[in-house]
Design a binder for this molecule. Structure first.
Ligand code: AMP
Ligand code: MG
Length: 480
């Protein structure tokens, strides 16, 4: 008998019924486990060998687990600015795993078949996009960016029809919860006042238990999420990550990055960078991510009005006051990240200018964002571009600033090398690795995955994966 060590304690299904629907997963005709993330399995207290043996049947063929939850969650969301009814259209919550250290994580299947929220969709996922989420979410984790994680990928053995016929797959996703801004929007839209309160209390208890007994826990919740999102998006900016589809249903309450659809990393610095094929207006371009965070949080605030105060006017005023702090929180989080990238702790106003002028130099000269910071971390200014007068001027004031900081060269180098990844999932390599894998050759995918686990290990040679391939135009797709 295979023992996976599930330790479920399912609480979401205790919420009022409007928040979810019980579902059953689709049965794949030839289920097969492709990958199990051993480190993650270990930290969840799950048996890795057991998952390798039985994971395919559990994740891709509905093999029942005692105590499983099997629910699809209801939510709404603003997609590219328009309010829509959504919900888990191709996902289901298997259960809430309690880890050996007592933490709670959702174990969710993505690509597990149709649900009442599927609308016109088939409820399925193709191998390529699931490999992409597996690779990039784990790379984000290694980059120290809060994110949902990937426990496993399984093949269903069935075909999925997109532009062409593709292998069907299921991603097993792990998150501290799947509660989104969109879930709160749904709650305000579909729930009565008691249901809204019960749901909000649930979310608070799960993510911010310390505020449960505060004077106005719903306002405190808003404050916490504003802080978390400001910090998260600043971290995205610092590594050049473009989420691509920052709809309110793709913004968590926990502050974890979620839904790796049309995401990508910038190569050469260009603030207008956008990758999503359907985002022709550039709503979710790199430079807009900070402000879109505020837009989404305004939608979150709207969903809390009835809870925050009996007087609508007062509630709006209280929430607005908090929302207005976002810009400052985002900016200070951004400059903290960016000044650390150039070896400065406890930045001053002057240091912000140092960051801005470096970024401007990258933009004007179309420099590769990641590799420029790697050169700075290595103090390797051998490239011709660094011989330009404006760079030399920058370098001079930067070096002066570092000398005045009182830190040793070693301390500064360690700070920079801990902040500047020598490697990010470059679009070209991600695409190539996935194309190969779709064709049955997983060599490149595994090589890339391995390397992306150690982004700050400067003793490793990033090799070909650090190459920038200029003329490859990357466009990524939603709803894959
Ligand atoms: P996403 O763009 O992945 O954040 O998904 C937006 C919404 O579309 C969510 O409600 C998804 O569950 C739903 N969805 C995406 N793909 C499918 C699919 N193949 N079948 C059913 N629903 C889907
Ligand atoms: Mg989504």
């Amino acid at each position: 008998m295979i023992n996976i060590n599930w330790n479920f304690d399912n609480t979401y299904e205790m919420l009022p019924e409007i928040y979810f629907t019980k579902v059953s997963p689709e049965v794949g005709s030839k289920p097969k486990i492709l990958y199990v993330n051993k480190d993650l399995a270990d930290s969840l207290g799950l048996d890795y060998e057991g998952l390798l043996e039985d994971g395919g049947k559990i994740f891709a063929a509905g093999k029942p687990i005692n105590e499983a939850s099997n629910i699809a969650m209801a939510y709404t969301g603003h997609q590219f600015g328009n309010f829509v009814m959504l919900g888990d259209g191709r996902a289901m919550l298997l259960g809430e795993q309690i880890t050996p250290s007592g933490k709670r994580f959702d174990i969710q299947l993505k690509g597990s078949g149709r649900t009442p929220y599927s609308r016109g969709g088939d409820g399925k996922a193709a191998l390529g996009p699931m490999l992409r989420e597996y690779l990039i979410s784990e790379a984000m984790f290694a980059l120290n960016i809060p994110t949902t994680r990937a426990l496993a990928i399984s093949l269903t053995g069935d075909r999925v029809i997109r532009q062409k016929s593709l292998d069907g797959a299921v991603l097993t996703r792990v998150a501290s919860s799947h509660i989104r801004v969109g879930t709160f929007q749904y709650s305000a839209y579909a729930g009565d006042n008691n249901q809204q309160r019960e749901f909000a209390n649930y979310a608070i208890k799960r993510h911010y238990p310390d505020i449960l007994n505060s004077e106005n826990p719903y306002l405190e919740l808003f404050k916490e999420v504003v802080r978390k999102q400001a910090s998260l998006i600043a971290k995205w900016q610092a590594v050049g990550f473009v989420h691509g589809v920052m709809n309110t249903d793709n913004m968590t309450i926990s502050g974890e990055t979620i839904d790796y659809g049309p995401c990508a990393f910038i190569d050469k610095y260009d603030p207008d960078t956008v990758f999503s094929s359907i985002d022709w207006q550039g709503r979710y371009a790199y430079k807009n991510q900070g402000p879109i965070g505020a837009w989404n949080l305004a939608r979150f605030a709207e969903s809390l009005i009835e809870l925050v105060d009996e007087s609508r006017e007062r509630a709006i005023s209280l929430l607005t006051q908090e929302l207005e702090k976002y810009e400052e929180l985002f900016n200070s989080a951004y400059y903290k990240e960016m000044t650390e990238k150039i070896g400065i702790e406890n930045y001053t106003e002057e240091d912000k200018k140092l960051v801005d002028s470096l970024i401007k130099f990258m933009e004007v000269n179309s420099l590769d964002y990641t590799n420029t910071f790697v050169d700075i971390s290595n103090k390797d200014f051998s490239k011709d571009i660094y011989k330009k007068d404006d760079f030399k001027l920058w370098q001079k004031s930067w070096e002066k600033r570092l000398q005045e900081s009182g830190k040793t060269e070693r301390q500064i180098e360690d700070l920079m090398k801990g902040k500047n990844p020598r490697l990010i999932p470059r679009n070209y390599w991600v695409d190539l690795a996935i194309k190969d894998a779709e064709g049955g050759d997983f060599t490149l995918f595994e090589e890339l995955f391995e390397e992306l686990q150690k982004p700050f290990d400067y003793s490793r040679e990033a090799g070909k994966f650090k190459e920038v391939l200029e003329d490859v135009k990357i466009v990524t797709y939603c709803g894959t």
